[in-house]
Design a protein around this ligand. Structure first.
Ligand code: NDP
Length: 254
């Protein structure tokens, strides 16, 4: 069944940070299926190469650039390379993320800095670069991948919760500022999704606790994030900005 035209992403160029695995891969494949050209920005070239082939199977143009999003000086050259190779970027998905699970009593400065730099600081700087380009044209879409810990507290994830809480506030603030430039900025909160990041929680007592707490009674799969991402990347969401979309099997409401 053909998707309604308002969800069509043909003639769009999307950057997906961390698009070579997990949720980022699920989103990149979804945006490609809707017709967008895709640039994957991530560190592991082998994983990027494998995902690139899957994306190309959808008949769209795609590239993968090796990028560590914490290296601020590398962000603009990478962004400009995407625009040179694929054309003006119309969609930015800030998905790259890391978590450190450690007691607050044992955190060191590197644990703190690495998480904040990856999950929050890089999002600001890459969004700024993207917005400068989008504002010169007809607008664009920025989609930030937040977390249930944007809102909830939990032991052992101080830097992760702080980064993801900040990410939602960043989303709202830049959404207001960029609304008149026709740039919509929104966040997606995934529930518990089966990826490398959640591998430690995919078995044992914590797993059972998550299943009990999730009304849908299961983990989600990375490709289940694609629908919300296509919506937020397409004209269907042109009057949606600064919002947080939960794709979590109901986890947030219990
Ligand atoms: P994965 O660990 O499976 O994937 C993380 C991705 O981020 C990888 O593709 C990795 O690529 C990339 N990445 C990490 N650090 C960097 C960096 N410095 N520069 C560039 N890319 C980087 O995790 P998920 O897919 O689970 O997570 C994706 C996003 O979703 C994260 O922001 C996470 O916080 C969020 N999230 C995940 C949930 C879940 O249940 N899985 C729940 C809520 C939120 P590479 O190593 O090649 O650089």
């Amino acid at each position: 069944m053909a998707a309604p035209k308002m969800f069509d992403l043909v003639d769009n160029v999307a950057i997906v940070t961390g698009g070579n695995g997990g949720i980022g891969r699920g989103i990149a494949l979804g945006l490609a299926e809707a017709g967008a050209s895709i640039a994957i920005l991530a560190r592991n070239e082998e994983k990027s190469c494998a995902t690139l082939k899957e994306i190309e199977a959808h008949g769209v143009k795609a590239i993968a650039l090796k990028l560590d999003v914490t290296r601020r000086d590398d962000l603009r050259p990478a962004f400009e390379e995407v625009e040179r190779k694929l054309g003006p970027v119309t969609i930015l998905v800030n998905n790259a993320g890391v978590a450190v699970s450690k007691s607050v009593l044992k955190y060191n400065a590197d644990d703190w800095d690495r998480v904040i730099e990856t999950n929050l600081n890089s999002v600001f700087f890459l969004s700024q670069i993207a917005a400068q380009s989008m504002a010169q044209r007809s607008g664009g879409k920025i989609i930030n991948i937040a977390s249930e810990y944007s809102r909830l507290g939990s032991p052992s994830v101080a830097s992760y919760s702080a980064s993801k809480g900040g990410l939602v506030q960043l989303t709202k603030s830049i959404a207001i500022e960029l609304a008149r430039k026709n740039i919509q900025v929104n966040a997606i909160v995934p529930g518990w999704i089966t990826t490398e990041m959640t591998a430690p929680a995919q078995s044992g007592p914590f797993h059972d606790e998550i299943i009990m707490r999730t009304p849908a009674g299961r983990f989600g799969e990375p490709e289940e994030l694609a629908g919300a991402a296509i919506f937020l990347a397409s004209h269907a969401s042109d009057f949606v900005t600064g919002s947080v979309v939960y794709v979590d099997g109901g986890y947030a409401i219990r």
